[in-house]
Design a binder for this molecule. Structure first.
Ligand code: HEM
Length: 433
């Protein structure tokens, strides 16, 4: 069972209510990092309400920032994402440490639905909070922070902050996979923040204010907005669909699984011990050639994925959650799920590799060069070690996945996701200890 942080005592007040209820004792709906099961919703007027599940949660729910692991990983995947990657411009590591302390306080406040800071003493100063989330619910906001290879080693190979010896062995630069065409302006980064929640304006507000706090220390390198989660991460959630029209996440690992911890979290026995409780994130901006996909027959589409589009069932089966039978053959003796079908090449059963998929659909309008939609899947995976999980899996997929005809990886990044923070502590404590 993955770690489930305790509900935060003072979470869940909408920003409007917070302002309106000044001076009144207020409670709210809090959900754990896993977000399943019965939770108690305490309204701002003191009445209470038992809810069945917060997995497809309404606006007032909050996810605690503090815990053994950062929120936004085992948390039931919310509907929206805004991912931000930053470059460090400060020359001095103490400034980065200070920023991580400031981000910790800000992330806790934002996760509770509070403004990023208290109002300024004077109206002649710029307001500390930018204001666009005032009156909005917290919408299950989670903020998940990571550090990239550039924190430990500059592009020229130098030990820019004296942290080279602390670089986690699993935080490798990803190899160049066949067919990828990476845009450097949408790749890499020294720090990252994954903001997830159910309201895009709340996410924008969070990233905007974190960026503002970081002025002079970091600059935004790239960001990506995502909608429509492309995976379910708890068994309480229904399986969503990706932009190819297929259910995505059916065979994803779920937070309640007994082996979730060993698949996702770095352990004290791993190298380095300071990462215990953290994880490793791989992000890939994968463009889908939507126009080409839309011209292919349903049969082609289903053969490419290895599942039935509408029901989500594996080919040869009837229901979504029926087991994928890789040995089944048709009357002519050929495999029902072809040798290059996506679910065969990615199969955990066949490869022995599992990852947590937590990606989102994206669209960024029209590609002006081609006149085609710039849309696809912003793939995010969490794992304990990309060297034994994402990299071998993607090596196989890039070599023989039938899906390659329809997709192209155009952005890429890898980050060490810092261990969770206990109240009173700060992001990066174990790194700087
Ligand atoms: C645009 C790109 C992609 C699309 C549209 C896509 C879509 C899908 C779909 C529809 C399924 C079947 C339902 C499910 O079990 O979730 C699936 C399964 C899976 N995909 Fe992908 N996928 C993409 C890229 C990737 C990448 C880059 C990886 C990993 C490197 C990956 C790993 C997996 C895994 C592990 C499974 C489960 C296989 C199993 O054990 O049954 N996918 N994907």
């Amino acid at each position: 069972m993955a770690h489930e942080p305790a509900p935060h005592p003072s979470s869940g007040i909408s920003r409007r209510r917070l302002l309106g209820a000044a001076g009144v004792a207020a409670g709210g709906i809090a959900i754990g990092g896993v977000g399943v099961g019965v939770v108690q919703a305490v309204r701002h007027d003191g009445s209470s309400d038992a809810r069945a599940s917060e997995d497809d949660g309404p606006g007032p729910a909050t996810v605690p920032f503090y815990g053994e692991h950062q929120a936004g990983i085992a948390t039931a995947a919310q509907d929206r994402m805004l991912f931000a990657a930053f470059d460090i411009v400060a020359g001095d590591i103490e400034q980065v440490q200070t920023l991580l302390r400031q981000w910790t306080v800000a992330a806790d406040r934002l996760s509770r639905g509070e403004p990023v800071a208290d109002p300024a003493a004077s109206d002649y100063a710029p307001p500390p909070d930018t204001g666009e989330a005032t009156g909005l619910h917290p919408a299950r906001l989670t903020l998940t922070f990571g550090v990239g290879p550039g924190l430990f080693e500059a592009a020229d190979g130098s030990d820019r902050f004296g942290l080279a010896a602390k670089r986690p062995a699993p935080l490798v630069d990803l190899p160049t996979f066949p067919r990828q065409e990476l845009d450097e302006s949408r790749s890499g980064g020294d720090l990252c923040v994954q903001a997830c929640g159910d309201d895009p304006q709340v996410l924008f507000h969070a990233i905007r204010n974190l960026t503002r706090i970081g002025r002079g220390v970091v600059v935004l390198r790239w960001s990506q907005e995502g909608f429509g989660r492309t995976s379910s991460t708890t068994s309480g959630q229904t399986t969503p669909r990706n932009l190819m029209g297929f259910k995505d996440g059916t065979n994803n690992i779920h937070a309640e699984q007994t082996d979730f911890d060993s698949i996702v979290w770095a352990d004290a026995a791993d190298d380095p011990a300071w990462m215990a409780g953290g994880s490793y994130l791989v992000a890939r901006r994968i463009r889908i050639r939507i126009e080409v996909w839309d011209r292919s027959s349903l049969l082609d589409q289903e053969t490419t994925i290895g599942r039935v589009r509408d029901s989500g069932a594996p080919l040869g089966q009837s229901n979504e959650f029926d087991a994928v039978d890789l040995d089944a053959t048709g009357p002519d003796g050929t495999p029902v799920i072809g040798p290059d079908a996506h679910v065969r090449v990615a199969s955990q059963q066949a490869t022995g590799i599992s990852i947590l998929r937590r990606g989102y659909n994206f669209t960024d309008g029209v590609d002006q060069r081609t006149g085609q939609l710039d849309a696809g899947l912003f793939f995010i995976s969490y794992q304990r070690d990309p060297r034994t999980q994402f990299i071998p899996l993607q090596t196989q997929l890039s070599a023989s996945d039938a899906l390659n005809e329809y997709i192209q990886h155009v952005g890429s990044a890898v980050f060490a996701i810092l261990p969770g923070v206990q109240e009173g502590g700060s992001l990066g404590d174990s790194l700087f200890a």
